[in-house]
Design a protein around this ligand. Structure first.
Ligand code: BDR
Ligand code: CA
Length: 362
């Protein structure tokens, strides 16, 4: 990706995204590909919203749509570390992309799996890599088993997952990405806690949980703003529309985003949350490129693995009762001193980036 900012601009951050695409994962990938300050160096597929083979197909199809030829897509483990896989077609549609259809492609995933892809990327961009996980942590946990030095090799890790002093969305206390593979999440947090990282040289993983991501509410009006900024005028969606009504947008990216999002809007509506959607994953992608978007609190996080009612709950030991080293920086609010509310800052930035990117396909 070329930068309009000129030769003195910082080089783009190499970003490795591990996703379970997924409606909001699709928006996250579009954001990363639209961002001049990021170079997407790999996409790992993890089973979650839909089975891993379908996630992989979605990632390859999205790259076909967006005419991106140089980003390797790997396919991860078909199962969580020890739990049976659960999927969320009720939330993301039968293919994971709501009502959207991606073009057919003859692209294929890498010969190596996603755990190896993590390790290869960490070695290739040692000290520079920004890792982003917007699905279950299965691939990353497997990568850590094979390469325990990973926490010292990546520059930054941002995880969309968990829920801190806030309710869950999969059980009363557990968030989806953690609920699918709690053992993997526990291994990832333990690995960072045990890595003996020096706070002056290494960042702790930034964790974007539901406590913050549920404030990132996309409405039909905001989606219409994106379409209009992309010069792709289509009707503002409404709860009164026929279910599954397909986008008439001329722009192929806007059409896919609208068709995917309609399903997500309908799901949130059926959950009693309104005709809107929480944009968890693109928000985490934005934080990966710019952690200054959020205020974080450093703490020790662990995952409940045994509770009959609380399995998959993420617990932050705010007051240091466990006496264990910190392993996470939890995003708790927007930036101190921000001149606008966090959702406004995020959506303005999303539209600023994705609209001109979409115009390339108009
Ligand atoms: C997370 O769960 C998934 O369904 C979304 O893609 C997001 O990553 C939110 O809990
Ligand atoms: Ca996801």
């Amino acid at each position: 990706m070329t930068s309009a900012a000129g030769p003195s601009a910082a080089p783009p951050l190499p970003v490795f995204a591990d996703v379970d695409t997924g409606v909001d994962d699709t928006f996250a990938l579009a954001y990363l590909l639209a961002s001049d300050d990021a170079e997407l160096v790999g996409i790992a597929s993890t089973g979650g919203n839909v089975p891993v083979e379908q996630v992989c197909r979605n990632n390859l199809g999205l790259l076909e749509l967006l005419e991106v030829s140089d980003v390797p897509v790997s396919c991860g483990s078909p199962q969580p570390l020890s739990a049976p896989l659960r999927t969320a077609e009720d939330t993301h549609g039968p293919t994971g992309l709501g009502y959207a259809e991606l073009p057919a492609t003859d692209r294929v995933p890498t010969a190596h799996d996603s755990a190896e892809a993590w390790i290869l990327a960490a070695h290739a961009y040692s000290g520079e890599l920004v890792g982003l996980v917007t699905g279950p942590l299965t691939n990353l946990a497997l990568a850590l088993r094979a390469e325990p030095a990973l926490p010292t090799m990546v520059r930054r890790l941002v995880i969309m997952g968990g829920s801190f002093d806030y309710r869950g969305n999969t059980t009363p206390v557990s968030e989806w990405n953690i609920a699918v593979d709690p053992e993997a999440a526990a291994e990832v947090f333990a690995a960072w806690g045990n890595a003996g990282l020096r706070p002056d040289t290494h960042e702790l993983p930034i964790v974007c949980g539901l406590n913050l991501t549920e404030s990132i509410v996309l409405t039909p009006k905001i989606l219409a703003r994106l379409a209009s900024a992309a010069d792709s005028h289509s009707m503002t969606m409404s709860v009164l529309d026929e279910r599954g009504y397909r986008s008439a947008a001329a722009n192929p990216l806007i059409r896919v985003l609208e068709d995917a999002m309609r399903f997500y809007f309908e799901f949130h509506f059926d959950q009693g949350e309104g005709y809107l959607a929480h944009l968890h994953d693109p928000f985490a992608a934005a934080v990966a490129l710019d952690p200054g978007l959020v205020t974080t609190r450093t703490t020790t996080v662990d995952v409940e693995l045994d509770g009959t009612l609380t399995r998959g709950m993420t617990i932050a030991d705010w007051n240091g009762h466990w006496g264990r080293p910190p392993n996470a920086s939890i995003a708790v609010a927007g930036a101190a001193g921000a001149t606008a509310p966090l959702p406004t800052v995020f959506f303005d930035r999303f539209i600023e980036r994705v609209a001109p990117f979409a115009r390339r396909f108009g």
